[in-house]
Design a protein around this ligand. Sequence first.
Ligand SMILES: *[C@@H]1O[C@H](CO)[C@@H](O)[C@H](O)[C@H]1NC(C)=O
Length: 362
Amino acid sequence: MVPALFLRIVPLLSLSIPAVLLLPKAEGLTCQGDQFLTKDQICCNKCHPGYKVVENCRGHGLATNCTLCPARQYMDTMNFFPNCFSCKRCRADLFEIQELPCTHQRNTVCRCMDGYYKSVIDSVTFECSMCSTCGDNEIEDKKCTQEGNTECKCSVNYYRVKNKCLPSTILPLLTNVIAGAVVAVVLTLVLVIVITHFVTKRQTERKLLSSQESVESPQIYEALKINFEDASGHTLNSTPLHNVISQEPSNLPDCIPLEIKIPDVIYTLLDLVPVLQVKQLVRSLGVSDTVIERAELDHRSSKEAHYQMLRAWAEQGSHTCQGAGGQGGVLHLPQLYQLLDKLRLMHLEQTAQELETQYHCL
Ligand SMILES: *[C@@H]1O[C@H](CO)[C@@H](O)[C@H](O)[C@H]1NC(C)=O
């Protein structure tokens, strides 16, 4: 049994091994990790970090002509590039200072000035943002470092409510208010349901009545009609009652989000967010670098460019939600919340609050 199986597998194996070895040739030559394939199908050795290619090797086993990167340029990997990368300059106007100078093999290393921290944009890019100070009734939980902003916590006996530290005495009061609001909402809902229930019930009664009217005696009609009279003696016919019901929701005093026109929000943002932080905000809202670069190319004025970036974000949401975006579209509530979150993460608390009071009631 076993030898029979073995004999069956062996020819299969001997067929498949050469096939695997032949595979790279069929798809074109593949070179080793420290080599690259030239246009002439030759495997040449790559240049070492700090060097760039002057001329590819002229044949198998011959060396690539590599040369040291020029001054103020670097190459930090094994490569076959004809040019080295330019060294970054640390920009004092963006609150950066040089930590390590550029070498042929390593880019300049910048860090943030004291009082600033790196707010990370992606794995290689960062922006120096000012360390925030703790607000009223807050104490410092973690000092601001290169890697992260100050972290604050509420002082003893204070509790965080809507990003503010409030004394514990206010807390029970606040929960009472919230509980009160919840009860009010529930009661209104129950009322609406009960009214709708009775109205539909009476309407069916009425329909039944009118279909039987010709048959039944007029006394029954009179008896049923009394049921439609309210306390003040007015007869309620179905139409006005219907109106009362359909108006009910808009009369609710609780939170109704206002219509948020996209251009209004953007102009408010451009007024309140520091110019240097707008791009960071836009990135954190998930707008792609392509869109950002496009906006910068399209507009000379940075305000217009920022406008375009923010509009790209705002309209992203309206497309996915309802497709009702376009010029002068309306911002959706989830987007407003996302925006408020990001603003707070960037320590733009005042901007967040301003937007909150403008566009969303308590
Ligand atoms: C490498 O290229 C440089 C610049 O073209 C040349 O001066 C040098 O002779 C080349 N070296 C070799 C080994 O071919």
